[in-house]
Design a protein around this ligand. Structure first.
Ligand code: ADP
Ligand code: MG
Length: 384
């Protein structure tokens, strides 16, 4: 894939722009426009260049057939409102209507396709389908890092059939990730959330360069359990033992991997209580990191020149267990607005940061979710 800056003269050309506008929708209305604003820069650039823009995205977990609830029409409407411009929504991905509309489109027109995942060919990375998509345009731009870890036609196979370029958003995300992979030290990694399996490669890949890796959430529970501590009925990934064992063989493990000192539990009587990790009972459920842990983690965070955070410290959706995640959010955001370079990613993590209106303080907030984990974890990226 070539750089955005090396795009040829686009006048009178047709550009196929793959974006990630997989946004939450309720009653056929977009209820969170964060991702839409993220790709606006690329779209506005193309508009100024007088091209025909064909915008395509996936939405939700469509299974290769039409599903009214997952139509991208509300997104097209919302984008039209933001841009204050007419957008032609086409109620199919490819077919005669699409071809006709594109044929009659004039420079500066925007055409918005139906959900790519309504087509099985998209999910199967099918060559024939990719070729058909490619036939709609002269140039391909990928601005959807969020799906670039997947082998799907609109990010992978399509590149065989069109000159391909990366979009502005995708390039800015990769630039931020490079700064994390070649960090100014100390690098402090903060990780939490649900499944260790998807996050372990990232820990393994960042391990060498990182000064500390602070753990919380279900991820920390798995480590505590491995250390033979009682975690009661807490969320824990049973498959994780092997991964943790391998990590523990590293010489600097004890110095680098930092576990909670205390946790907030829900007791069997229904009380919410902070406890030393040694005092958790069989009947307790861990739902947050405790105050001593917040204090210890804050000291590490203040040392950092580079910060990366993925995964909530607890079940922050519940008011009783919000403190740990919000404390980390405030610390990461305020440090990275000045002293350190900070990158935050992950669906729920970003939601936590947004809930306290501190998203703008962080140097880079990635909307790429799982793709960010794959990229930073050093995995293959078929879309790049
Ligand atoms: P992200 O999307 O930011 O990468 P994950 O998807 O890995 O994060 O995990 C987020 C979810 O993990 C949140 O919904 C949160 O409620 C849950 N979670 C975190 N810690 C715990 C815990 N100790 N017990 C139960 N759920 C937890
Ligand atoms: Mg998530």
């Amino acid at each position: 894939m070539q750089k955005f800056s090396s795009l040829p003269n686009l006048e009178n050309k047709r550009v196929f722009l793959r974006v990630d506008l997989n946004v939450p929708i309720k009653d056929k209305k977009v209820i969170d426009d964060y991702k839409i604003y993220k790709v606006i820069k690329t779209i506005e650039f193309l508009l100024r260049k007088k091209t025909v823009i064909i915008i395509a995205t996936h939405l939700g977990k469509a299974k290769g057939r039409y599903n009214e609830d997952l139509s991208t029409e509300p997104i097209a409407k919302y984008l039209a409102k933001i841009l204050d411009k007419k957008i032609k929504f086409i109620p199919e991905v490819i077919g005669n209507v699409t071809k006709k509309e594109i044929k009659s489109a004039k420079p500066g027109d925007i055409i918005f396709l139906e959900n790519l995942r309504f087509k099985k060919g998209e999910l199967d990375n099918d060559d024939k389908f990719a070729k058909e998509l490619a036939s709609l345009a002269d140039i391909y731009i990928n601005d959807a890092l969020a799906v670039s870890h997947r082998k799907q036609a609109s990010v992978a196979a399509i590149k065989k059939y069109l000159p391909s370029y990366s979009g502005l958003l995708l390039e800015s995300e990769l630039k931020a990730f490079e700064r994390v992979l070649n960090p100014k030290k100390p690098l402090v990694v903060i990780m939490g959330g649900a499944k260790i399996k998807t996050k372990a490669p990232l820990i393994a890949n960042l391990y060498k360069n990182s000064t500390r890796i602070l753990l919380g959430g279900g991820l920390a529970n798995s480590f505590l359990k491995y250390n033979k501590l009682e975690i009661g009925k807490s969320l824990c990934d049973e498959e994780s033992a092997k991964i943790i064992k391998k990590m523990m063989k590293e010489k600097s493990y004890k110095q680098k991997i930092i576990l909670p000192l205390d946790v907030v539990v829900l007791t069997k009587e229904g009380r919410v209580q902070a406890k030393d990790v040694k005092n958790v009972l069989k009947t307790d459920t861990i739902f947050d990191i405790g105050p001593a842990t917040i204090s210890a983690y804050s000291a590490y965070i203040k040392e950092a020149q580079t910060l990366i955070w993925n995964g909530p410290m607890g079940k922050f959706e519940d008011l009783d267990f919000r403190a740990g995640t919000i404390a980390i959010a405030i610390l990461v955001a305020s440090r990275s607005s000045g002293h350190a370079y900070g990158v935050v990613g992950g669906g729920e993590t970003v939601a936590a940061l947004r809930s306290i209106r501190m998203i703008e303080y962080v140097d880079f907030v990635s909307t790429a979710g799982g793709a960010m984990l794959s990229y930073l974890g050093g995995e293959e990226m078929p879309g790049l």
